[in-house]
Design a protein around this ligand. Structure first.
Ligand SMILES: Cc1cc2nc3c(=O)[nH]c(=O)nc-3n(C[C@H](O)[C@H](O)[C@H](O)COP(=O)(O)O)c2cc1C
Length: 178
């Protein structure tokens, strides 16, 4: 598969990146083609809601989303990777998702495989409830095929994350994804 990881953490060497790279290593070993996009540092602006695209057409904003849109429509699988920010995904990753607006129909028609990789400081059992509900709702609305989630409880710093079981889990997930 052609797998695109949307890395939504502003920390390029942080916990989200650790899980993204572990997943990528496993998937590469299994023969998949992997591309990690650092969406947190991409030149991608928030949707202005003008709807000049009519939910399927060129976006009036000429920025990094032009390239990313083509990459997404060329992919077989999208991986959403994010640290937990106030119990949701980062604004940087959400900005990319909102820009799906300009290719809503073609995205729905693709039935892309998707996955979620997330890390958080908190380790309470409810830590990921809101993010998990949001991700599952996106899967349902967009007609994605969910391949699974790695939810890194208690992954507050890179050293905490490196010591956790989630790195191996992300690697195995990448290695076994079909
Ligand atoms: C703005 C901000 C909001 C955060 N919100 C939460 C939160 O709601 N729950 C939580 O458990 N951790 C929260 N954290 C902690 C991060 O999710 C955690 O440190 C994570 O490992 C950061 O990943 P990174 O290294 O990829 O940046 C927050 C951190 C920041 C900077």
């Amino acid at each position: 598969m052609n797998i695109l990881i949307l890395q939504g953490s502003p920390n390029q060497n942080g916990s989200t990146a650790i899980l993204s790279h572990a997943f990528a290593d496993g998937a590469r070993e299994a023969g998949h083609s992997i591309h990690i996009v650092d969406v947190a540092h991409a030149n991608i602006h928030p949707c202005t809601g003008c709807v000049a695209c009519g939910y399927e057409g060129p976006c009036v904003q000429k920025d990094g989303m032009e390239t990313l849109r083509a990459q997404i429509l060329d992919a077989d699988m999208l991986v959403f990777a994010t640290p937990l920010y106030y119990y949701g995904m980062t604004a940087q990753l959400k900005a990319v998702i909102d820009r799906f607006c300009a290719f809503n129909s073609s995205l729905h028609a693709k039935h892309l495989a998707t996955a979620l990789l997330a890390v958080a400081w908190n380790s309470s059992d409810w830590t990921f409830d809101a993010l998990d509900a949001h991700y599952k709702t996106l899967v349902r609305y967009c007609g994605f095929q969910d391949k699974g989630e790695i939810l890194g409880y208690g992954c507050g710093t890179p050293s905490m994350t490196k010591r956790s079981l989630y790195v191996t889990q992300a690697y195995q997930f990448g290695k076994n994804v079909r």
